[in-house]
Write a protein that binds this ligand. Structure first.
Ligand code: UD1
Length: 424
């Protein structure tokens, strides 16, 4: 197991290329199961979660080739010879549940293990199942698996009214509905850029979809989907993460490929805290304004609100802000596991239920810390960029799930960061 060692230092300067979105790619890949023609994704991120999804698709009979140094995924599901997504793969990654909708739509039946993934709350899949039921599927939960069966003649269109917003359930239902008979309406649908990206890819495959990017998506089922080539949207979470680096360490960084529209609520919050953000054709450039970073309050919400996946990183910034910030986590109930680790670095944080009160301190000190989930791990690296001395972040396999080349990207803008084997 590797660790990452960051030594706090001077200002950062330069450019960081932002990869294709992990969360978009993880829903675009299962879309290949909907068609017997090839689906090619360009701008794919090179991450362990993508390898896990590759393994899962291959176990179902799909062929997946990684070309151009892994940036292109060429997939074909002309034959499907499996209906069972096994626990051994699914437990590694919650997004595995996204094969259920496509399998059910294409072959009328599927057996998928209940998922695992990051330990950030209970994260059930009831909303996914509710959507399939509204399309006529029969579902049975046995031995830790969902056994799903479409009605004779295949899934049928239906009205799915989600009681609250779920990204994954919207994606799963959207994919399934493309091949259902008749019209499906998804109400209270998620509006994340990754949903819009999925809709665009499905449209390129011949799906009839309207309303993507709003809270009501309408899908007119078609008999079959065909092949397509699609470019994965920019990773807004990786973008936001690196935008915070110069605010924490000082300096100026341009995130290549960044667009403000992907992260408006986040940009507004960091500007309130004292950031200067400028958008150009190249990307987003960030630096500190004159004066210190100021405390701000943050509430995580579904898109277009402040993303939960940037809450840990934002907390790292606010640890040394002037004043007291309150972060409210409204999406996941157990997502402050980075707070005790930041406290080990000298931060002053009080967590109570879904709130964290961050009292700004003048400086953090380097310390050995442990990453507990994907976004928590990167927040510790960010905190280490300006801490006094050395911060060793352990268990970086979490990081490999969601950030490609993190050491190269940060050292490329002047950070003092290296990766070492845990015992050396
Ligand atoms: C996706 C993202 C994840 C992000 C999250 C919220 C991927 C691969 N992952 O996760 O990085 O943090 O969106 O933006 O895209 N819920 C239920 N029942 C369900 C489904 C969800 O109760 O059937 C709850 C969850 O526990 C959570 C909330 O709904 O409290 C939102 O979850 P959801 O939007 O579904 O997140 P994911 O799709 O799992």
């Amino acid at each position: 197991m590797d660790s990452i060692i960051v030594t706090g230092g001077g200002p950062l300067s330069g450019t960081i290329p932002i990869a294709g979105a992990k969360n978009a790619c993880l829903t675009l890949m299962p879309a290949t199961l909907l068609s017997d023609e090839p689906l090619t994704l360009t701008n794919a991120p090179r991450l362990s979660d993508i390898r896990t999804m590759t393994q899962l698709l291959e176990s179902l009979g799909a062929e997946v080739a990684r070309l151009s140094d892994g940036l292109v995924l060429s997939m074909s599901s002309h034959i499907l010879n499996g209906e069972r997504a096994d626990y051994d793969i699914v437990r590694k990654m919650r997004a595995s549940i996204l094969v259920l909708g496509p399998l059910l739509a294409r072959q009328g039946h599927a057996v998928v293990s209940l998922p695992g993934g990051c330990a950030i709350g209970a994260r059930p899949v009831d909303l996914h199942l509710k959507a399939f039921e509204a399309m006529g599927a029969e579902l049975d939960l046995r031995d830790g698996y969902v056994h799903a069966k479409a009605p004779a003649g295949g899934l049928r269109g239906g009205i799915v009214d989600f009681p609250f917003v779920s990204v994954g359930a919207t994606e799963n239902a959207l994919m399934a509905a493309t091949l259902a008979r008749g019209t499906t309406v998804l109400k209270n649908a998620a509006q994340e850029p990754e949903i819009v990206d999925l809709a665009h890819c499905l449209q390129a495959m011949g799906a009839q979809i309207s309303g993507e990017g709003t809270d009501t998506i309408e899908i007119q089922g078609v008999d079959r989907l065909h092949g397509a080539t699609h470019r994965v949207v920019t990773d807004r979470i990786e973008l936001g993460t690196y935008m915070l680096a110069p605010l924490i360490a000082g300096g100026e960084v341009t995130c290549i490929g960044g667009k403000r529209s992907l992260l408006e609520a986040f940009c507004v919050r960091i500007e309130e805290a004292g950031a200067i953000v400028t958008e150009s054709a190249e990307g987003l450039t960030v630096r500190r304004g004159n004066g210190p970073i100021k405390a701000v309050n943050v509430e995580t919400e579904p898109f277009p609100g402040f993303p939960t996946d940037l809450q840990a990183q934002m907390m790292a910034l606010l640890c040394t802000a002037e004043g007291t910030s309150v972060l409210e986590e409204k999406i996941f109930e157990n997502r402050f596991m980075h707070a005790p680790e930041l406290t080990r670095m000298g931060a002053n944080i009080e967590v109570q239920g879904g709130h964290a009160k961050v009292m700004g301190v003048s400086k953090l000190r380097g310390a050995p810390v442990m990453a507990t989930d994907l976004r928590a791990s990167v927040s510790l690296i960010l905190a280490g960029l300006a801490a006094e001395g050395e911060t060793t972040v352990g268990r970086v396999y979490h990081l490999d799930r969601g950030y490609e080349h993190v050491v190269a990207k940060l050292s490329g803008v002047g950070a003092n960061i290296r990766r070492v084997k845990e015992d050396g």
